[in-house]
Structure formats: structure tokens, C-alpha cells
Design a protein around this ligand. Structure first.
Ligand code: GLY
Length: 366
């Protein structure tokens, strides 16, 4: 344990590191406490920045936050790259949403109509127009859409860059698992520990398992498509994220479980759906299967703010499926909160207090 600091951040994933970086930039003495026990959800994550394609019914406040954060991404990436020299793999070709069957197309069109009703940039494309953009997609597609503002970044490169940026900003890294917050000597503790935040705060954060595949194009060539592809395939969903160094990330399962087992069924289903959309992927090397645990919350929205009844404890967790896209806005907001000791009004929907007000009870059955 080091000397007393102004701010101790528990969690060394993208959110924790970005908060530490921003706090250090404001002149605070900062430490990051990172458990040695495995990587967080970011390691398996594909890094989609998808405020539009992931705008779901009934999640308007979350969608507004996703839009705000996605808008900060180009400047955030440019700042990190210019400071560290690291290319984050930020790509802005946009996302194609594609439907394999006519039932899938009904689902895509209904969600797209909702997204358009919010004013989000997404427009319908016919199957022929989709294939003009990505000729290696199957001719069996029924139609889909283009979400041009849904970009991508490589989460592993992001974390590597943030580690350099925090070190250069003077942030101390402490390799320890914090089981008891009272052992951390800091004016303010920021809990950004993903699923590990539940035991530290008592907040309802649960692990939602996701399995992703990493494929490699033959001969080290770039993948045969450039857009992120989000597929609706016979009632299931799959996404394909191409990287310039030849990798394609295929994801992801959404499982209400906390184990880290790689399952044959997940690999089979993800590959089947991926190959249904882009047949050439069958020739790729299956280089890696990753398992991560998204920090899920009862309303699918993050938990950002001061923890009621625990002075000096600030929470930045529960980012569920949106940890990478929400990194810039979370870091800016939490650094501001740490500086001013006031929860920003525009983050009120994400305040931790919402769970003490609305405890889940039993359901009366008569
Ligand atoms: N946002 C993608 C996922 O959670 O799988």
C-alpha cells in the first residue's frame, strides 16, 4: 500500500483507468488498485461504439448518455493517441444492421423506426445496397440499415494506451485485490470494479456472461469486410467486428451466469450465425474464445455518483453492455464529481440512490 492519495480508484479496466487519468490531469494524487485475478469484461469485449444500434425500447435516458459519450470518442481517442503514440484502432466506417430472414427484417424495421423516432441516424438499405457496401455478405440477406455514427475501437489497445497515459500522469498502480474498502487510504474512493463493485458497495450489480470469438483472416490479410456488421439471424443476434490487423471479433452470448467456462455450444452458435452472414469466415482461424462478465444492473443503466450513506465513496459501475462507449463521459463526469463533490444534475437518472429507493421486493400472488 502506498502513501495516502487524494483519489483511489478500485478497478483497472477502461472506466477506472480513464477516471484516474482525468483526476490526475486535474492535479490530484491518484492510485489505481487492480486485482491480479484475471481481466475484466473489456478483455472479451469487441469495442463497438453503438449508441444507435443499441438504442432499445424503454431506455431513453441510457440512449441519451450513449449518444453523448460516443460524440466524445473521436477527441478522446485523438488525445490518448497523441499523448501515448498508441493507435487505438478507432474506426468510423459505420455499422450495417442486417436481417437474414423476413421475420428478422420485421424486427430490424421495428427497432429502426423507434431509433428514427428519437432522431438517431439510421437509414434503411435494401439487400442489394447492403451487398454493394459489403459484397462478401451472403446473397440471402432480406434487408437492413446503415448506422453511420456507430463506430468501433479496440478495447485491448485502449487499455494499453490508458495504462501509459495514467503512468505518465503520475498515477500509482497498486496490484492488489481490495476486499475491504476501509483499508484504502484516500480522501475519495472511486469504485469502478465492474462486477466486483457489488461486494464493495452493496449495489445490485450482477455478472452477465458473454463469450466472444476472435478469428484471423488467412495469411494475415485484412478481413474481407470493413463495416461492423450486426446481424439478426433466425431470431438470434450476432455481431462481426473487423480489425485492420486481420482480426474479426464475433459476439456475443448473453448468459445469466457467472462461470468462466468456454462452451462448445456458444462457439458453434456464434460461428454458425457468423458464417450465415459472411460465408468466407469459415476459412478463418479460430484464434481465441474469450469469456467476460458484463456488470449488469436491474435497469441496464450504469451507476454513477456518490454512494448514499458512505461519504467519500463514489461509484462508476454497472456499464453492462456499454462500458467502452461510456468510458469518456464516465471519466469526465466522475472526475468533475470528485473535484466538486457534487453529483452533476444531468447524471441524476444514473444515481446509486435509485436502488435504495426501489428495492426489489416479492411479488404478491393471489
Ligand atoms: N455491447 C455488446 C455486448 O455486450 O455484447
Amino acid at each position: 500500500m502506498g502513501a495516502r492519495v487524494d483519489v483511489a480508484v478500485i478497478g483497472g479496466g477502461p472506466v477506472g483507468l480513464a477516471i484516474a487519468w482525468r483526476c490526475a490531469q486535474q492535479g490530484q494524487r491518484v492510485s489505481v488498485h487492480q486485482s491480479a485475478a484475471g481481466e475484466g469484461a473489456w478483455w472479451a469485449s469487441a469495442g463497438m461504439l453503438a449508441p444507435v444500434a443499441e438504442a432499445n425500447f424503454g431506455e431513453g435516458e441510457l440512449t441519451a448518455l450513449l449518444v453523448r459519450s460516443a460524440a466524445r470518442w473521436p477527441a478522446f481517442a485523438a488525445e490518448l493517441t497523441s499523448l501515448t503514440g498508441h493507435d487505438l484502432g478507432y474506426r468510423s466506417e459505420g455499422t450495417l444492421v442486417v436481417a437474414l430472414t423476413s421475420d428478422d427484417l420485421v424486427e430490424v424495421e421495428r427497432l429502426m423506426a423507434y431509433q428514427q423516432s428519437l432522431g438517431l441516424p439510421i437509414s434503411a438499405l435494401r439487400a442489394s445496397e447492403l451487398r454493394e457496401r459489403e459484397p462478401t455478405m451472403t446473397p440471402r440477406l432480406r434487408g437492413g440499415a446503415l448506422a453511420p455514427a456507430d463506430h468501433q475501437v479496440d478495447p485491448r489497445r485502449l487499455v494499453a494506451a490508458l495504462q501509459v497515459a495514467t503512468a505518465r500522469a503520475g498515477v500509482e498502480t497498486v496490484a492488489e485485490h481490495v476486499a475491504d474498502p476501509s483499508t484504502v487510504d484516500a480522501d475519495i474512493m472511486v469504485v469502478a470494479a465492474g462486477c466486483g463493485s457489488a461486494v464493495l458497495t452493496g449495489l445490485p450489480v450482477r455478472p452477465v456472461k458473454g463469450q466472444t470469438l476472435r478469428l484471423k483472416a488467412p495469411g494475415g490479410a485484412p478481413p474481407e469486410f470493413r463495416h461492423v456488421i450486426r446481424g439478426y439471424v433466425g431470431g438470434r443476434q450476432v455481431y462481426l467486428v473487423p480489425r485492420s490487423h486481420g482480426e474479426v471479433v464475433v459476439g456475443a452470448t448473453v448468459e445469466e451466469r457467472s462461470d468462466s467456462t468456454v462452451t462448445a455450444g456458444a462457439v458453434m452458435e456464434l460461428m454458425r450465425d457468423a458464417v450465415d452472414l459472411v460465408p468466407g469466415l469459415a476459412e478463418y482461424e479460430l484464434a481465441e474464445v474469450g469469456v467476460g462478465h458484463r456488470p449488469g444492473t436491474p435497469d441496464n443503466a450504469p451507476i454513477l455518483g456518490q454512494l448514499p450513506g458512505r461519504p467519500g465513496v463514489v461509484v462508476a459501475t454497472g456499464h453492462y453492455r456499454h462500458g467502452i462507449v461510456l468510458t469518456p463521459v464516465t471519466a469526465d463526469a466522475i472526475a468533475e464529481m470528485v473535484r466538486t463533490r457534487v453529483d452533476p444534475a444531468d447524471l441524476a437518472p444514473f444515481n446509486p440512490g435509485r436502488f435504495s429507493r426501489q428495492r426489489e421486493g416479492t411479488v404478491a400472488w393471489s
